[in-house]
Design a protein around this ligand. Sequence first.
Ligand code: 13P
Ligand code: SF4
Length: 322
Amino acid sequence: MNVDKATTISNDNLAKEILRLKKEKGAVIMAHYYQRGEIQDLADYIGDSLALAQIASKIDAPIIVLCGVHFMGETAKILCPDKKVLVPDMSAGCSLADSCPASEFEKFVKAHPDHTVISYVNTSAAVKALTDVVVTSGNAKEIVESFPADEKIIFGPDRNLGNYINSATGRSMLLWDGACHVHEQFSLEKIIELKKQHSKALLLVHPECKKPLQLLADKVGSTAVLLKYAGEVDAKEFIVATESGILHEMRKKYPDKTFIPAPVEDAECACNDCSYMKLNTLKKLYDCLLNESPEIVVDADISERARKPILKMLELSEKIKK
Ligand code: 13P
Ligand code: SF4
């Protein structure tokens, strides 16, 4: 038997066992668009960071398995303190969240006591506890705009998303100097070259990417916004500058369209894969459901303080939609 066939068979069996365990335990599986395709295919819900938080706030199940990175599991646990929130791999971190240690962020906040603190969801619970409103890339611009034009604002931790909002709104928010190692890897020169070869392709860019790439984009937006846009426009070809996991759902949803992953600086590395997101595998998902571990635990005091800015985000998001 060749290795590919053996892997497929064992993945099929794992998938069946995961679905069986899920039913037996009344668990719900949620997955971010950057998860491996086989995990997205098994999930009850897939979405961007905003959708996952919105869904978690309404979920009615004793166990939530959050297939994503640690801060996403924390957000779900903070919103559902009475539920068991599991993540397949506890070491699935985030370079952006890591670029903003709570102790350093606290000093920054204390140095600007007259500022409202807006934090991206890609932060630890401890950073959220220092925050007035949490945002995701799906609602950041609109939430910032919901504050008066002269509001003094600290925005952290992503400098590219912060600069994008400053440019789009004419604000001058004070920015934390953090970034995501995946979204900063895309090569402007190679993308310009690729656009020449695919002259009709539209360029889709996540706001965590650097400014020159944002300026070249046909659409800048969160994962869900880019996915929706690709379905709405007439174009048949797209160059996608965000984590490669989103290509799975794009190709599934729009099989008659072509999605090309944007090239990165180092052709040898698979840098448009988030190594943290890809730590989750079917086998780890199976083990996690079977053992009900690893489980997310958030300090009660931090959780209480972090819940307020997350709920504020959900409330503002609802208002923005109306
Ligand atoms: P969104 O889910 O808001 O598009 O964010 C992307 C991301 O980097 C998640 O880690
Ligand atoms: Fe964090 Fe970047 Fe991975 Fe998203 S893609 S989880 S921001 S390291």
